[in-house]
Design a protein around this ligand. Structure first.
Ligand SMILES: C[S@@+](CC[C@H](N)C(=O)[O-])C[C@H]1O[C@@H](n2cnc3c(N)ncnc32)[C@H](O)[C@@H]1O
Length: 194
């Protein structure tokens, strides 16, 4: 059973604001907790485009520090208010553009969580990611949804193979994590030793 079931009332209220219990998103969070969060063990991680910061809940058990960056006012307000109570100390939530934030905090983090976010970024930001942000970290996880054939795929970075190419071109070794999920993919990107 996922430890999500054991979360406090406050944690569940936070979740409830965005996702209904047992919804598809709830199950995605449980899956993330079980299969992906352990990769971040003891790392200083930035959750890029953290939305309401829900990934912080499974991550809080294992990371050494978590920073969620979100530019949407509404999601950020929901997050910051609850997170202050839930995670004093090891957790920060930053309101603003994650790429701008990361380009001015090079060296502060060693891992990135890129969950359903890369395809949101315009070309200029992707360029900054490739030239400034990715060279500053040793580890990243790209977590996303396979798009079903019935859904028109308009963004190149929704495809796992294109994410793979981006990371390989930036000096990472990329492997598929065997996360055993029909709709979700996960790429583990580790910097190649020099
Ligand atoms: C599809 S949601 C994914 C949210 C979360 N990572 C998850 O997997 O549940 C994308 C989020 O990224 C945010 N976002 C998009 N571009 C961003 C940027 N440049 N900086 C910060 N947040 C951004 C959006 O506001 C939205 O909340």
């Amino acid at each position: 059973m996922s430890s999500l079931e054991n979360w406090s009332t406050l944690q569940k209220q936070w979740i409830g604001k965005v996702y209904q219990k047992k919804s598809k998103e709830w199950r995605r969070l449980a899956h993330f907790e079980e299969r992906i969060a352990p990769f971040f063990s003891c790392r200083r991680v930035v959750d890029v485009g953290c939305n309401a910061g829900l990934m912080a809940l499974p991550l809080c058990k294992c990371v050494s520090h978590y920073t969620g960056v979100e530019m949407d006012d509404v999601y950020y307000a929901q997050t910051a208010e609850t997170a202050k109570m839930l995670f004093p100390g090891r957790f920060d939530f930053v309101h603003g553009d994650a790429v701008k934030y990361l380009t001015t905090h090079v060296g502060d983090y060693d891992a990135l969580l890129l969950s359903c976010i890369l395809y949101h970024l315009p070309d200029l930001d992707l360029e900054l990611m490739a030239t400034v942000v990715l060279p500053s970290v040793d580890f990243a996880v790209v977590y996303g949804r396979y798009h079903r054939p019935t859904i028109k795929n308009t963004y190149a970075l929704e495809k796992p193979e294109n994410n793979r190419k981006l990371f390989e071109s930036c000096g990472f070794e990329v492997r598929n994590s065997s996360i055993e999920h029909p709709d979700l993919f996960c790429l583990i990107c580790e910097r190649k030793p020099k």
